[in-house]
Design a binder for this molecule. Structure first.
Ligand code: HEM
Length: 412
C-alpha cells in the first residue's frame, strides 16, 4: 500500500489502532507492513459523545438501513417525550442492554430476535431531522438549521414522493440483518404513538467483494467505493468538514450536528453490464478490478490532475475527477460518504431494482454535497443511474451525560 489513504482510516491510526485492538482481543491482525488488516472484533459502539458516534464509527459494519418517519406528536411536549424515548432506546440497543423480563400475561418488552443477550455487533443508530419538522406544528421554525430545505429535484433525478423526504430519519448499521431489524423494531416500539413510517431502504456495505480482510467494498456497478473518503478517525478533519461549529451562524442547539444527505440512487445494472469495460473505467477514472486511478497501480495512489490537464489518462468528466478536482480551493467541498448498496426485487419491466443508498455528512450543505453534485451534473455516469428518493436531513448533535437525550436542546 503506497499511500496514506485506507478506506476512511488514516494510515497512522490504522496501524496503531489495529495493533491496539489486536492486543486487547487476541485478534490476529496483519497490520504491520502493507498486508490488509483483519476486521477487528465487533463491539458495542459507545452511545455518548459530542457528536453522534455512528457517523464516524469504524469499521463500517456490513449492513445498513435508513428509515424515514412522519412525526404525529400533537404538541411540543409529546415531541419532547418522543425524542427522550427514542434516545433512551437508542442508548439501550447500542449498549446491548438485555431485554427486561416481565409477567408473561403481557407482551415481552422486546422482539426476542437477538435472544436474551444482544451480542456486540457494531450496531449504531444516527437520528436526523428533516426540514418539515420545523413547520408550524411545534413552534420550531426559528430553530431550523440555516441550510436545511426539502431535497430539491437535482440533475437526473426522478424523485418518487412515496420514498422521499420525512420529518425524521433513522440510519442503522450493524454487521447482521437481524441486529438492524432488532434495533429498528425496538425504536419503533418505543415511539409507536408518535412516529409513522414513510419509507425504508435497506442493504449492505461490506460484502464478499470487499475481501476477507475487510478491504474497500464494491458497489453494484462492480467498482470499489469508498477508496478516497475522509478519514473518520481524524478528529481535526471531522471538525473542519463534518461537524457544525459554534461560529457557523447556525442555531446554538445544532453545534456538533451535521447535515445528512440520504439519496436513493437506482442503477440500471442490465444496461451497465452491457457496457464495455474500457468505457466503465473511463466513466469513473479508475481500474475496475484493482480500484487504482487509471494509469496508476495501487488503489490508494493519488491521481495528479495537474500532470494530465487534457484528460488523456483520466477523462476530464470522469466521476472521481469531477467529484474531487483536488485543488486547494476544492478542499472545503470534501464530504464524508457512508452509504450502502440496496437490492429490492425488480420492476414491472423485469429489470432489477438495485442501486446505491448514498449517504453523506457535511458541515455545510452548500459547500459540501450541493457543490459536489453541481460539479458531477451531466457526467457520463448519469446514463446508468437515477436519483429516485431520499432527502436532506440534519443529524442531531451527540449526547453527553446520562440525563441528556438526543434533540433535548432543540425542543427545550
Ligand atoms: C450511483 C451513484 C454513484 C456511484 C456508483 C458512485 C461511485 C463512486 C466510485 C466508484 C468512486 C471511486 C472510489 C472512491 O474513491 O470512493 C466514487 C468517488 C466519489 N464519489 Fe461517487 N458515486 C455515485 C454518486 C455520487 C454522488 C451523488 C456524489 C456526491 C454528490 C459522489 C461523490 C463522490 C466523491 C466525493 C468521491 C471521491 C472522489 C475523490 O476524492 O477522488 N458520488 N464514487
Amino acid at each position: 500500500m503506497s499511500s496514506a489513504e485506507r478506506g476512511g482510516i488514516s494510515r497512522r491510526r490504522f496501524v496503531t489502532g489495529a495493533a491496539g485492538i489486536a492486543a486487547g482481543t487476541g485478534l490476529v491482525a496483519g497490520a504491520a507492513g502493507c498486508a490488509p488488516a483483519a476486521i477487528p472484533a465487533p463491539r458495542y459502539v459507545p452511545f455518548e459523545g459530542a457528536n453522534q458516534t455512528g457517523i464516524t464509527a469504524l469499521p463500517i459494519p456490513a449492513r445498513g438501513l435508513s428509515a424515514a418517519f412522519s412525526v404525529q406528536s400533537p404538541d411540543r411536549a409529546r415531541l419532547t417525550a418522543m425524542f427522550q424515548a427514542l434516545s433512551d432506546e437508542t442508548r439501550a440497543v447500542m449498549s446491548g442492554e438485555p431485554p427486561r423480563t416481565r409477567n408473561a400475561a403481557y407482551p415481552p418488552t422486546d422482539s426476542g430476535i437477538l435472544g436474551a443477550e444482544p451480542p456486540a455487533d457494531d450496531l449504531s443508530v444516527v437520528v436526523a431531522v428533516g426540514a418539515s419538522l420545523f413547520d408550524a406544528r411545534f413552534g420550531l421554525a426559528d430553530r431550523k438549521p440555516r441550510e436545511l430545505v426539502e431535497m430539491p429535484f437535482l440533475a437526473n433525478d426522478r424523485l418518487k414522493p412515496e420514498q422521499s423526504h420525512g420529518d425524521l430519519l433513522l440510519t442503522i448499521e450493524a454487521n447482521h440483518a437481524d441486529t438492524v431489524q432488532f434495533a429498528l423494531r425496538q425504536l419503533m416500539r418505543s415511539t409507536r404513538g408518535d412516529l409513522v413510517l414513510k419509507w425504508i431502504v435497506e442493504g449492505y456495505g461490506r460484502g464478499a467483494g470487499s475481501g476477507a480482510a475487510g478491504g474497500t467494498p464494491r458497489n453494484l456497478l462492480g467498482f470499489k467505493d469508498g477508496t478516497q473518503n475522509l478519514h473518520m478517525d481524524d478528529e481535526e478533519l471531522m471538525r473542519a468538514l463534518v461537524w457544525v461549529g459554534p461560529d457557523d451562524g447556525e442555531p446554538a442547539w445544532a453545534v456538533g450536528g451535521s447535515y445528512q444527505v440520504m439519496k436513493i440512487i437506482r442503477m440500471f445494472v442490465e444496461f451497465w453490464d452491457r457496457t464495455p469495460l474500457a468505457e466503465q473505467e473511463s466513466i469513473f477514472g479508475r481500474t475496475k478490478l484493482s480500484g487504482a486511478p487509471l494509469g496508476m497501480d495501487d488503489e490508494f495512489d493519488v491521481p495528479d490532475y495537474a500532470d494530465d490537464p487534457d484528460g488523456t489518462t483520466i477523462a476530464l468528466d470522469a466521476h472521481i475527477r469531477l467529484a474531487n478536482p483536488r485543488t486547494p480551493q476544492t478542499e472545503e467541498n470534501r464530504i464524508l460518504r457512508r452509504g450502502f448498496s440496496y437490492t429490492r426485487g425488480f420492476d414491472g419491466a423485469g429489470r432489477l431494482d438495485q442501486g446505491l443508498a448514498f449517504i453523506s455528512y457535511q458541515r455545510s450543505l452548500s459547500k459540501g454535497f450541493l457543490t459536489v453534485q453541481e460539479r458531477i451534473a451531466g457526467e457520463r455516469l448519469e446514463e446508468y443511474v437515477q436519483g429516485q428518493g431520499g432527502g436532506f436531513f440534519f443529524a442531531l448533535p451527540g449526547v453527553q451525560g446520562p440525563d441528556r437525550f438526543l434533540g433535548d436542546m432543540l425542543v427545550s
